[in-house]
Design a protein around this ligand. Structure first.
Ligand SMILES: [Zn+2]
Length: 181
C-alpha cells in the first residue's frame, strides 16, 4: 500500500515507494499518530524466499522513508500460509489477513484503540481484517486495489485513490490513529 506492487517482493532493490506515501507518513509522524505496517508474507511459507529477506526489505523501506523524514512505528508481518511448502510456516495461523492477529498484537503492544484507528489497504482481506475488530478502513486503488473497482466491500469501507489521499481524508475528517497496510 506504500510500496509499489511486486508479486512476492523479497529483495530490497524491489522496494519503491508509492508517490505521496512518505509525505503522508511524515504528516502522521508530525502529529504523533502511530503508523504501523501489517503485511501478509506468504512467500515465506510457499518457499519463494527465506524469512531472512524480510528484515532486509524492511531496512530498505525504512531508509527510503528516512530520506523523506518519515518513519513507521512498527512493522508486523505474517510469514504463514495454510497450503505452504515450508512445514515450519505452513499452518492456519491467527495473523494472516483477513484474520486480525497482527492488528490485535499492535493494539496490545503499542497501546492503541483499534476502533479509533484506520487501516489503509489495497486488498479486500485488509478491509475484512479491519472490519472484524471494529477498525475503520480505506481501500486504495493502487497495487491490488485496482482490481476491486466494482467488488463487494465490507460495510463502511471508504475508497480513495492512494495513500496520500486516504491520509488526508482521515486527517480532515477525524484526528485519531493511523494504520498502514
Ligand atoms: Zn500468520
Amino acid at each position: 500500500m506504500i510500496i509499489e506492487e511486486v508479486n512476492y517482493l523479497s529483495h530490497p532493490d524491489q522496494v519503491k515507494l508509492i508517490p505521496g506515501a512518505a509525505k503522508a507518513i511524515n504528516t502522521l509522524n508530525s502529529l504523533k499518530i502511530p503508523v504501523i505496517i501489517v503485511s501478509n508474507q506468504a512467500g515465506v511459507a510457499k518457499g519463494f524466499f527465506p524469512i531472512t529477506q524480510i528484515p532486509l526489505v524492511h531496512e530498505r523501506l525504512n531508509q527510503l522513508l528516512a530520506r523523506e523524514n518519515a518513519h513507521v512505528d512498527a512493522i508486523y508481518y505474517c510469514p504463514h500460509h495454510s497450503e505452504g511448502s515450508v512445514p515450519e510456516y505452513s499452518f492456519q495461523c491467527k495473523c494472516r489477513k483477513p484474520k486480525p492477529g497482527m492488528l490485535v498484537e499492535a493494539e496490545e503492544k503499542l497501546n492503541l484503540n483499534l476502533t479509533q484507528s484506520w487501516l489503509i489497504g489495497d486488498n479486500i482481506t485488509d478491509m475484512e481484517a479491519a472490519a472484524s475488530v471494529g477498525c475503520n478502513s480505506i481501500l486504495v486503488r493502487t497495487g491490488h486495489g485496482k482490481q476491486f473497482a466494482n467488488q463487494y466491500l465490507p460495510g463502511g469501507t471508504i475508497v480513495k485513490s492512494d495513500v496520500y489521499e486516504a491520509v488526508n481524508f482521515i486527517l480532515n475528517s477525524f484526528s485519531n490513529l493511523g494504520y498502514c497496510a
